[in-house]
Design a protein around this ligand. Structure first.
Ligand code: CMC
Length: 454
């Protein structure tokens, strides 16, 4: 197995253990219901009260009980998870306890995938067999290829990607055995191995080039670059710097706890559907411009701005909320400081540009960041660059059209989705996801015949 030489990338990262170490299990919260005068004492565990404990708070025996109202889950923990830890105020991201900066510097994507799935870094022999298991599943069934050929020439590759992942459920009906650990392992290997092949085929489809079959002698990202860019009549050697850069970007995107697409994966998976169908739904959630589609939106925004002198005017438009203009690649639901992934991506960009030449849009991006980080509007709202702000510039410099950007996010996030899906399945507290609502519609009324309607 060829391993590309990894140029060292150094990231400063030393901080004390950021995870709160005390878990005062005996804490309680006292609630006085002023409607009835009754007092309730609810246990507080890990900083949370259980929403179901509120149900006992009733005005009378027929009352349903108190619920919480939390649109967009701004303050609701939906699960316990041991996979990823984020401290949004301090800008900390850990996978299974390991800081993202250390993994970016020293690990590779498949090793990180193993860590996320199994909880520990692999030994040398575990890493060897894990890599082999993945590489033996990179091929796509020929009918999958035919299925992909059916898309229009100008189909968005993310649409192709998520439909094809969903279609895999029809090729692997054994995937329905979700409570069989061997089946779950097999689908996990298949998914991690096949998503780069699907992504590369989607890319070749939109650029009108013949498909290139996987080459299992190459590394995970080396093989991906080969399937993307090799011309059949010519030899192709993946550039080791670009392969490493892509590998680090894959590490950075591998998981991010309960984001929109991961919550979608857990929600869909909670109905006990097969993982391919659930993952298609997660990929659909990622497609949106407020989530994984943001890196595509950043590039469109930078192109629209066009030159550095237009940056102040654009910032003015964003602040005025004109036509819902946002500074794409800025802001995050959880990070209220610099996204730690964005810092690494900025360094990767420098590395990639030594090979590809500088992306001319970089200067516009740097100027946007400079102005935004000084501007009261962004500072007061704690809006900092997120992972998507610089990643698009790298992808473009590497030769990807913007439509491929969300697909490049979906490939590595696949492992996060699977790890979270499996954790959800094995969690005895989890059931089919089914939120409540506050009904605001019409009261009971009788049906009116069409000719009698006003
Ligand atoms: N540009 C301008 N203003 C913004 C932005 C932005 N990018 N993001 C948030 N704001 C403002 C927003 O208008 C609001 O202001 P006000 O209080 O005056 O109404 C305030 O900041 C809070 O915004 P919010 O929409 O309530 O925050 P949220 O947590 O719901 O949204 C977000 C998070 C990521 C959807 C949002 O910041 C955004 O739309 N960013 C641009 C899209 C983007 O870059 N998405 C990628 C996210 S990172 C990758 C991933 O994990 O998916």
């Amino acid at each position: 197995m060829e391993r590309t030489a990894f140029p060292a990338i150094h990231f400063p990262n030393r901080f004390p253990n950021p995870i709160p170490q005390t878990n005062r299990m005996a804490d309680t919260l006292t609630i006085v219901d002023n409607r009835t005068g009754k007092t309730y004492e609810l246990p507080v565990q890990a900083g949370t009260i259980r929403a179901m404990d509120l149900r006992q708070i009733k005005e009378g025996p027929d009352d349903f009980g108190v619920m919480t109202y939390d649109p967009a889950f701004m303050n609701t923990a939906n699960c316990r998870s041991a996979i990823t830890y984020i401290d949004g105020d301090k800008g900390v991201l850990l996978y299974r306890g390991y800081p993202i900066e250390q993994l970016a510097e020293q690990s590779d994507y498949l090793e990180t995938a193993y860590l996320l799935l199994f909880g520990e870094l692999p030994t040398a022999s575990q890493q060897h067999s894990w890599t082999q298991q993945i590489t033996t599943h990179t091929m796509l069934h020929e009918n999958v290829k035919k299925f992909m050929e059916g898309f229009r020439y100008d189909a968005h590759p993310m649409g192709i990607f998520l439909s094809t992942v969903g279609a895999l459920s029809t090729f692997y009906p054994d995937a329905r055995r979700i409570f069989d650990p061997d089946s779950r392992r097999l689908q996990t290997r298949r998914l991690i191995a096949k998503v780069p092949s699907i992504a590369a085929y989607a890319f070749r489809h939109i650029v009108g080039r013949p498909y290139i079959y996987p080459d299992n002698d190459l590394s995970y990202t080396g093989n991906f670059l080969n399937m993307l860019f090799k011309m059949p009549a010519e030899n192709f050697l993946p550039n080791p710097v670009l392969a490493r850069a892509l590998d680090v970007l894959f590490i950075l995107h591998a998981d991010h706890e309960q984001n929109c697409s991961t919550s979608a994966m857990r929600n869909i998976g909670s109905s006990h559907v097969d993982p391919y169908s659930a993952l298609a739904g997660a990929a659909a959630a990622l497609y949106g411009p407020l989530h994984g589609g943001a890196n595509e939106a950043v590039l469109r925004m930078l192109n629209e701005i066009g030159s550095i002198d237009k940056v102040p005017e654009f910032i003015k438009k964003v602040k005025a909320g004109e036509a819902q203009t946002r500074l794409m690649g800025f802001g995050h639901r959880v990070y209220k400081s610099y996204d730690p992934r964005a810092k690494v991506v900025k360094q990767i960009a420098e590395l990639v540009f030594t090979v590809t030449g500088k992306n001319p849009l970089l200067d516009i991006a740097l100027e946007l960041e400079r102005i935004a980080l000084e501007d009261e509007y962004f500072v007061s709202r704690k809006l900092y660059p997120n992972v998507d702000f610089y990643s698009g510039l790298i992808y473009q410099a590497m030769g990807f059209p913007v439509e491929m950007f969300p697909v490049l996010f979906a490939i590595p996030r696949t492992v996060g989705w699977i790890a979270q899906w499996e954790e959800m399945l094995l969690d005895p507290e989890q059931k089919i996801a089914r939120p409540r609502q506050i009904y605001t519609g019409a009261g009971l009324r009788d049906y009116v015949l069409r000719e009698q309607r006003p």
